[in-house]
Ligand binder design. Structure first.
Ligand code: AMP
Ligand code: GLY
Length: 462
């Protein structure tokens, strides 16, 4: 969007606020569910939302309603926020952040929770992120960056060892090839740079050292100066059990993960999160919103795989069940640059999310199947079913996307949370339902007698 003369940001005071949530996934439903509990929130508009955020009797959430606008209709979203007198915009997906939605809202004096376009490059340009990490000494895989196919292919000839090929731009989670040998890496380069399978997103490519270790997701609330980590989560990206098959948006998640203790979370805070926030501020891109660090716990310590500039999906569907604090107050503290560690409280225990997907996802899949059993699933007060690809057809709920619902459960520990999530997941039925039965298995196998004592619950490292 073109830059416009900036209006002073509106004063928020203590009055009830109207929130606009941008996005349509289970992540956005979970955020709306948590926001709706806040006495500070008078109304929530969702653009475009899904069947879980329609409000009224069918959606089940008071204060919430959908507006049929796509997240990439930036001008229309700004106009809606302005016409409706929205006080705060919460942006779910990365694309509108990368396209400058926060900048466009700021130009109208409207507060938004999310980074500006330049700061969102941490996710939208892997080349930017890599060079930023190199400038600021943030641990990550070594990488070479190429805009020329022949130079990239020559690098492969000159360098031995396993390599990871990454399209720099946004490629819907498909732009990374972990190659087992040089031939595979070369073939990936040709597909990305010669055949242009990711379009512009593949004009710049990274060839990266392969790392080994457990993968975790550390999300942090950021106000431009402070980063407060949430309990560390683990996502399960592959479509099939045992981490096989193609990558998806995420088939399940849980938090906190026993794969790291408080000392490791503190290390991640000091070696990764704070250097990002400080580096961004020094480079005049103050980072406001959620900073999501995809981290590999390697033999030499935590190293960054990637950054996302937003809440993770499905991590958020688990984390919102653990968050004890008022989400609206937290988001306001971030946008007003006054985040304090005592503002973020987490429940003890654990939360787990199991995604129910349409058979065929992440490839092509059928839509329109009737979904049954959500009320039975939610009969357990510790269970919430967050809608993703769903729509109402009269009074019938139907599938409308690849990841249909995220079944989330809170428990006294990870085992308890997973057991409740799977009972609930089994209560829901639709034609072609696909789920992974092994969410959390790796963590449970590594920690047979989970003790809550060594698992971070506070998210407040010192
Ligand atoms: P990214 O989108 O960069 O997180 O990459 C997607 C997935 O590819 C990650 O979740 C990892 O499983 C894998 N991956 C990315 N980079 C590396 C690396 N340098 N070494 C090993 N695996 C990687
Ligand atoms: N769960 C991975 C992501 O949100 O990108």
């Amino acid at each position: 969007m073109t830059s416009q003369p900036a209006k002073a940001p509106a004063k928020l005071g203590r009055q009830p606020i109207k929130v606009l949530v941008v996005g349509s996934g289970a992540r956005e439903h979970a955020l709306c569910w948590k926001l709706a509990q806040s006495p500070r929130v008078a109304e929530i508009i969702v653009a475009p939302g899904n069947a879980g955020t329609v409000g009224g009797d069918r959606g089940g959430l008071a204060k919430v309603r959908n507006v049929a606008l796509r997240p990439n209709e930036l001008g229309a979203i700004v106009a809606l926020a302005s016409d409706e007198g929205v006080d705060l915009v919460l942006i779910g997906p990365e694309a509108p952040l990368g396209a400058g939605l926060v900048d466009a809202l700021a130009a109208q004096g409207i507060h938004a929770f999310g980074p500006r376009r330049v700061a969102a490059q941490l996710e939208c340009s892997k080349a930017f992120a890599k060079q930023f990490m190199q400038r600021h000494g943030i641990p990550t895989a070594d990488a070479a960056i190429f805009e020329d196919l022949d130079e990239a292919r020559q690098w492969l000839v000159d360098h031995d060892g396993p390599v990871v090929v990454k399209a720099s731009g946004l490629a819907a989670g498909k732009g990374v090839v972990v190659a087992d040998n040089r031939e595979e890496a070369d073939a990936a380069l040709l597909r990305i740079m010669r055949d242009g399978i990711f379009g512009e997103a593949g004009e710049t490519v990274l060839l990266e050292e392969r790392m080994y270790g457990d993968e975790i997701s550390v999300l942090a609330f950021c106000d431009g100066r402070t980063a407060l980590p949430m309990p560390a989560a683990q996502d399960h990206k592959r479509i099939f059990e045992g981490d096989r098959g193609p990558n998806t948006g995420g088939m399940g998640a849980y938090a906190p993960t026993p794969l790291l203790d408080d000392a490791m979370l503190r290390r991640i805070h000091h070696e990764i999160l704070l250097p990002v926030i400080n580096g961004m501020r020094k480079e005049a891109y103050p980072y406001i919103g959620v900073l999501y660090a995809g981290i590999m716990l390697t033999e030499t310590g935590p190293r960054v795989l990637e950054f996302n500039c937003r809440f993770g999906d499905p991590e958020t569907e688990a984390l919102m069940l653990l968050l004890d604090s008022d989400l609206a107050e937290l988001l306001l503290a971030c946008v007003e640059g006054r985040l304090r560690s005592d503002e973020v409280r987490w429940k003890t225990g654990a939360a787990a999310t199991v995604v129910l997907a349409s058979s065929g996802y992440p490839g092509s899949y059928a839509k329109g199947a009737a979904i049954e059993g959500i009320a039975q699933a939610e009969a357990d007060a510790d269970v919430r079913v967050f809608h993703g690809g769903t729509r109402w057809d009269g009074d019938t709920l139907r599938t409308a996307g690849g990841r249909v619902v995220a079944v989330s459960a809170y428990g006294v520990d990870l085992r308890d949370a997973l057991a409740k999530a799977y009972v609930a997941a089994d209560a829901i039925s639709f034609d072609g339902k696909h789920l992974r039965r092994d969410i959390g298995w790796h963590a449970l196998a590594k920690s047979p007698q989970p003790s809550q004592d060594n698992i971070s619950q506070t998210g407040v490292p010192s």
